[in-house]
Ligand binder design. Structure first.
Ligand code: GLY
Ligand code: MN
Ligand code: MN
Length: 464
């Protein structure tokens, strides 16, 4: 945990944002995997972690704004628990680590919230994402679970987003640690990406590195020689020469901060000319949008910049044609780049997304596009110093999408379908880094992970 004062300060700043009432932040319970006593790896709720720091199940935090008090509700362990789990600190000692002096048994939360409600005080909560929390909120507030989400507090959502979006130096250090673990994961993948290997041998090794150096991975690993499927979690293919392997994977540190890195490598260790041609375009889109990062620039503009670089590059090798600006404005690039440039990152790999993607990524000034491709951009608004986000352009040859657009004669002025046909066996390429917005520009976080053709080939020349 960070120092107790960090959590006290965060709660006080949240009070100033929300102004009145009580803020209810339920921690997560254990979640059953295939029967009640066999649970998933426990992961605390990120809002609870941010404001109360404790990574144990069955806790709830309350910030009583009107009376300037903070509470943690949770039970001390009994002898049975100690027999199975070993000695545990008392709740009061745990809470003290988060700067909280008021603790009470979990069941007291119900009377506490009831009393606040009976006095007409507002009970602020954020949209839940687990069934157990929906049920808890229904029980606590009396709001039927179907209506719970739409009764979430907008003041609280906006307040949390404002605070958590700006990372402090301790958080940035944690994220850099997470990228450091990702360095080990990705360079290992490069060294293992040899013909004859099965994908899961590599994804399993990567997952083990995250576990050995921190926590389980920050999201299920995407690793495939079919990188044209954007979120490919099937790891049963055997690697064959001539294919690119996309590895999109990040670690979570002991303090629960994420990294999210993608590298794409040629199976066998040497790029052929066609692979190099496409790779260099994606790399340029990645680097140009990183270099353009600075406070005040809308992330939507970085996305559009990456799209223009991709169109220019594809024109150079004859896959696209026509005026670049027009092609991007009309959305023709999205056949090759059908997703957004990136998203916020922090305690959640898509940071804060559970509070509502449009609240996190858009605002009064910058609204989400409805155009295929650009509509999937999770973060459009202007950057501020302290934002941490991903830059992850890609080029993909998705046979079903190519066939569909071609059958509709879509964007015939911009896409050279004859030539694209010959790339239907290519797969995909994505290159992703984690970026901090500084006062004057940007910093790519963590130990640099090889990404130029020469750097990737150099790592792969020493196979594992
Ligand atoms: N979690 C996959 C990605 O956003 O890169
Ligand atoms: Mn990723
Ligand atoms: Mn990402």
């Amino acid at each position: 945990m960070f120092d107790a004062s960090v959590y006290t300060d965060r709660r006080n700043r949240l009070r100033n944002e929300v102004k009145s009432g009580i803020i209810l932040l339920p921690g997560n319970p254990e979640a059953a995997y295939n029967y009640p006593a066999n649970t998933y790896h426990f992961r605390q709720d990120s809002n609870f972690l941010y404001f109360f720091g404790l990574a144990h199940p069955d806790l709830a935090g309350v910030i009583d704004i009107d009376n300037n008090k903070d509470y943690i509700f949770g039970n001390d362990v009994d002898l049975d628990d100690i027999i199975w789990m070993g000695p545990q600190p008392l709740m009061a000692d745990r809470a003290a680590k988060a700067g909280v002096t008021n603790t009470a048994p979990y069941k007291d939360l119900f009377d506490f919230v009831q009393e606040a409600k009976s006095k007409g005080r507002k009970v602020h909560f954020v949209p839940p994402y687990r069934g157990e929390t929906y049920m808890l909120l229904e029980e606590l507030t009396g709001i039927p679970f179907k209506d719970v989400k739409q009764n979430a507090s907008l003041e609280l959502i906006r307040g949390i987003i404002k605070l958590r979006s700006i990372k402090d130096k301790y958080e940035i250090a944690e994220i850099e640690k997470a990228v450091g673990i990702a360095y080990e994961m990705h360079t290992t993948a490069m060294r293992m990406a040899m013909p004859g290997r099965v994908e899961r041998e590599i994804s399993g090794r990567m997952e083990g590195i995250s576990l050995a150096l921190g926590n389980p991975v920050s999201f299920p690993i995407i690793l495939s020689i079919h990188g044209e499927t954007l979120h490919n979690h099937y790891h049963g293919n055997t690697l064959v020469e001539g294919r690119m392997m996309v590895a999109d994977a990040g670690a979570e540190t002991e303090m629960h901060y994420a990294s999210d890195i993608t590298r794409t490598m040629p199976v066998g260790g040497k790029f052929n000319q066609r692979q190099k041609d496409i790779y260099e375009i994606v790399l340029e889109a990645n680097m140009k949008s990183i270099e353009a990062t600075k406070p005040g620039i809308p992330n939507r503009d970085l996305h559009m910049l990456a799209a223009r670089v991709i169109v220019d590059g594809l024109k150079n090798i004859g896959l696209m044609k026509g005026n670049t600006e027009d092609a991007v404005r009309e959305g023709a690039h999205a056949m090759f780049f059908p997703h957004g440039l990136g998203h916020m990152m922090g305690l959640d790999v898509h940071d804060l997304e559970g509070l509502g993607e449009n609240y996190v990524g858009y605002d009064e000034e910058i609204k989400r596009s409805t155009q295929f491709g650009t509509a999937f951009l999770r973060l459009g608004k202007r950057h501020q110093p302290g934002y941490v986000f991903t830059i992850e352009p890609g080029i993909y040859f998705i046979p079903a999408l190519i066939d569909q657009w071609r059958s509709e004669n879509k964007f015939m002025d911009f896409i050279n379908y004859e030539k694209v046909e010959r790339f239907k066996d290519f797969g995909g390429i994505r290159i992703e880094d984690d970026i901090l917005v500084t006062d004057t520009g940007y910093r790519v976080l963590g130990k640099p992970i090889p990404k130029t053709v020469a750097e990737v080939e150099a790592v792969m020349s020493d196979p594992l």
